[in-house]
Write a protein that binds this ligand. Sequence first.
Ligand SMILES: Nc1ncnc2c1ncn2[C@@H]1O[C@H](COP(=O)(O)OP(=O)(O)OP(=O)(O)O)[C@@H](O)[C@H]1O
Ligand SMILES: [Mg+2]
Length: 349
Amino acid sequence: MSTEDPKADKLPTPGEVIQSKRNNYEVVKMMGKGGFGAVYQVKRQKGDDLLAMKCETCDVKKAVLSMDCKVLRGALIIQSPHFCAVQDRGKVEGRFRFLIMKLVGKNLWDLRYERENYYYSMNTALKAAEQTLMSIEDLHRIGYLHRDIKPGNFAIGRPETKENHIIFMLDFGLSRKYIGDNVNKDIRMPRSSAPFRGTTRYASINCLSNKDQSRKDDIEAWLYMVVEWTTGLLPWRKLKSADKEEVLKWKELVRNGEDLEEFFEGCPKREFTTIMQYVDSLQYQSIPDYNYVYYCLQHAMKAHNCGPHDPLDWDPENKYRGPTKTDRDKRMDAKLDAKLKDDPEINEK
Ligand SMILES: Nc1ncnc2c1ncn2[C@@H]1O[C@H](COP(=O)(O)OP(=O)(O)OP(=O)(O)O)[C@@H](O)[C@H]1O
Ligand SMILES: [Mg+2]
């Protein structure tokens, strides 16, 4: 047990059996550790299936696991393929609260490091860009902002379940409801200033300036992530998370001239510039035109000869069969939106 991390003696250890009202789960191994707790692979004792367990120690200053629960529940209602289904939840008294959900595979940060030169092929970067944008659009549709869009918060499904062409959105610990409680479901008024939430490297200019975030900020962060997938590097990569001012300056610089040329070097320049300018033109209240951004991505795919079935870098032997924009358009259903509006848990802030 580590003496450096006071959380460590509260969190579960491999081999331990965790009980909920419904089931027992045996801890297999740790999958990731964050600021609030950790994520484990567990085995359900009835049925033997593998699942993920996200834990948060009981003494955390700001409990966030309930936010993960609310968001994942909303995503289930709209039947989005990009979110892990929640299976169970519970508490080990005096130690931690937990959430049991679908187990997915590697995250998109780790996968990039498995690549030579640390970047994805154009085909993979653009297909991943499309899927992650669809997940952002779905999250916005259920009334939430993510506020920590970054590669470590997206993962592919497990090859064992043949879901490795689907990208899942993870980690709603920093999410916030942007829709108000009134009958019209208006957007909440922006706060005059807001504490920093997110990850410096991918944070939007607004966020780094301590302004309240909105839908456009998730998309701006998404664009930095996509540039990194395509080129392997962001100009401010060597700066630390505390260097917010400098990262902010860099991000302002890439808005024009030579810096812009260099920033998009190796990317579909025309399309990415159009997306950036479009996102910059949005206001706090704006409803983003996601279709316009998909259109730019599809244009970039054509211009770079990326076929609809070209394989992904992590599964070169098989044709691409991930969820597409056409599937998404078919799934859009007003009935689901109505169901969502009636759900009391998702609608509370
Ligand atoms: N359902 C899951 N299945 C498999 N792995 C997962 C799952 N959820 C999370 N992980 C892994 O655990 C890591 C951390 O998860 P998550 O981002 O939800 O936790 P966190 O405590 O908020 O972490 P951080 O502070 O690092 O963002 C993810 O990057 C991912 O690799
Ligand atoms: Mg995370």
